[in-house]
Design a protein around this ligand. Structure first.
Ligand SMILES: [Zn+2]
Length: 312
């Protein structure tokens, strides 16, 4: 007890005096606390077809032995972006695994500073977890819309069900559908990564000033020229850092209500069950349409219609 009492005296009386004398006063500590950084939350949606090295569906499917290495590339691409975001001032990074089962990124392989949303189904799917508290949104490993060429594994949400999706008359890639969800929450998309055609489509839709980092160039749907790995990882890191530095000039992507959804399916049977829902029209055998005043509600109905088409 005696030793403890002496120690308490030392810490209570002498330590502050020593700190004051050496310049490490509690006043400086308060100053540091006052100038601490503003919160800067950043959201990343990560798909798989646009990850460096991926050129075939087998690499994106858990049933294939080729999948194990591709999911590591997915974590590496994402980690390079996360590093750039923290270098650029992010205080919190949330990563949403957005491909297939949405359990592709091995949790232990992700940069431990980031939060990982893993698994499926999720109400907002590829955009789960986003809300208006975020300052920026990035799309990593994205792919071109169905019917693009040359583009690696081009499709829109479901290769088996969807021929095309139009919203307010615009034929949409997933990046456009999801950018409008970000816009719903007033969050701008500040960077996209994928093949060169995906980057072109993103800039066409979201603006030429969007920062795009191509990681490969398609030769055809199942072959690509993957760019040098070292350069790609550097470009991803530097791109993410720069994207945050130009945040003020980025605008959220917004469409105008009422939102007119048009879903064109591959065959007429895929439209049968969806057409039973009140408010959903079937102007052509393979086409379902509906309107929504609320974009997020419309998005959710669209997802349900795709599920009713009999494929995920
Ligand atoms: Zn995917």
């Amino acid at each position: 007890m005696k030793i403890r009492a002496r120690w308490l005296f030392l810490t209570a009386c002498l330590l502050p005096a020593i700190m004051l004398f050496s310049g490490q006063s509690s006043g400086q500590g308060r100053t540091a606390a006052v100038v601490s950084r503003q919160p800067l939350k950043v959201y990343i949606s990560v798909d798989m077809e646009g990850i460096w090295g991926v050129v075939h569906g087998n690499q994106c499917s858990a049933e294939s032995p080729e999948y194990q290495i591709a999911r590591k590339w997915m974590a590496q691409d994402t980690n390079a972006v996360i590093q750039g975001l923290f270098d650029g001032g992010a205080t919190e990074v949330v990563v949403n695994d957005s491909h297939g089962s949405m359990r592709n990124i091995i949790a232990g392989e992700l940069d431990p500073r980031a939060i990982l949303i893993s698994g499926s189904p999720k109400p907002m799917s590829m955009m789960e977890g986003l809300d208006s508290s975020f300052s920026a949104c990035l799309f990593v490993g994205y792919h071109a819309r169905a019917g693009s060429a040359p583009a690696i594994l081009d499709h829109t949400i479901s290769g088996a069900a969807i021929y095309s999706i139009r919203i307010n008359g615009l034929e949409m890639p997933e990046l456009g559908i999801n950018a409008a969800i970000a816009g719903y929450f007033n969050v701008p998309v500040v960077m996209i990564t994928g093949d060169t055609e995906t980057c072109r489509q993103a800039q066409e839709l979201l603006g030429q000033s969007l920062l795009a980092v191509p990681v490969k160039e398609a030769v055809n749907r199942l072959a690509a020229r993957n760019f040098a790995r070292d350069k790609v990882l550097t470009d991803l890191r530097e791109g993410a850092r720069k994207a945050l530095s130009s945040l003020k000039s980025c605008q959220p992507y917004k469409l105008s209500p009422p939102y007119q959804f048009e879903i064109n399916l591959h065959n007429s049977q895929q439209a049968e069950l969806g057409a039973l829902i009140p408010g959903v029209r079937r102007p052509y055998p393979r086409t379902l349409t509906f309107a929504s005043q609320d974009y997020l509600e419309g998005f959710k109905l669209m997802r349900a219609l795709i599920a009713l088409a009999g494929v995920s």
